[in-house]
Design a protein around this ligand. Structure first.
Ligand SMILES: C[S@@+](CC[C@H](N)C(=O)[O-])C[C@H]1O[C@@H](n2cnc3c(N)ncnc32)[C@H](O)[C@@H]1O
Length: 220
């Protein structure tokens, strides 16, 4: 993995499968015949399936029509933040879950419960299927329905404008002293977003990657 990256993503679509597999094997080549013989019910080689179950930093994703292959810098910033934030036993809300990547990552890192929300029904369906692929039990809900879930950790990788509008809702879904991360924003949008959340959140310095920013903080 590149420096600073925390997760390996095995993409079942959207990225050539052989690339993902060879990355997982650290460059060890496996011939097509042997690969076919090892194929499991998940469509993964047995060696990979074993790694998927046992390694919290390997995720298998088929985003389908949803966003969330793990390739986008804003997603990677959120994965890095989750890796630093999830210690075990937390409840997590992944708002704008797309493929479910962040909720699934949180569960694999030890979160007790994760709820993903998205306004796109294709995303909710993809996230449910991806949770099954990774052997975790996330709950994925329609973003237009009322949300009665307060979490220790809230992550939202959407875009600046929706994040501004969602400030009162997201703040109300974090328990006191809980953690929030916001991404999908450009570095020059960060201070405006901080202002919208300032009544509820004390922010740490922003992290950035490849022209994207991630704001994180603690619920006051
Ligand atoms: C950039 S994608 C992020 C997907 C995934 N969480 C990730 O980090 O890769 C943003 C997702 O937010 C969803 N979304 C946009 N506005 C939303 C809203 N107001 N409420 C819930 N979901 C929203 C979109 O449908 C999309 O799936």
């Amino acid at each position: 993995m590149a420096a600073g990256e925390t997760h390996r993503i095995v993409a079942r679509s959207g990225r050539p499968r052989t690339t993902a597999l060879s990355r997982l094997r650290n460059g060890r080549a496996i011939g097509p015949a042997s690969r076919a013989a090892q194929r499991s019910r998940w469509g993964l080689d047995r060696e990979i399936e074993g790694a998927v179950w046992s390694d919290p930093h390997i995720l298998v994703l088929d985003p389908g029509l949803a966003f969330g292959t793990g390739d986008h810098p804003s997603t990677r910033l959120c994965l890095q933040w989750l890796d630093r934030t999830i210690g075990g036993g937390e409840t997590v809300l992944d708002y704008g879950c797309g493929s479910g990547i962040l909720a699934i990552a949180a569960l694999k890192l030890g979160a007790r419960r994760a709820v993903g929300v998205d306004i796109d029904p294709d995303a909710v369906a993809a996230a449910r299927a991806n949770a099954r692929r990774n052997g975790v039990e996330g709950q994925f809900l329609d973003g237009l329905a009322p949300l009665a879930f307060t979490a220790d950790v809230v992550v939202a990788n959407i875009l600046a404008n929706p994040l501004k509008l969602l400030a009162p809702l997201l703040a109300s879904r974090i328990r006191r002293d809980g953690r929030l991360a916001l991404s999908g924003i450009l570095p020059d949008q960060a201070s405006e977003i901080e202002k919208c959340y300032a009544p509820w959140i004390e922010f740490a310095p922003c992290t950035e990657s490849e022209g994207w920013a991630c704001l994180s903080g603690v619920r006051l």
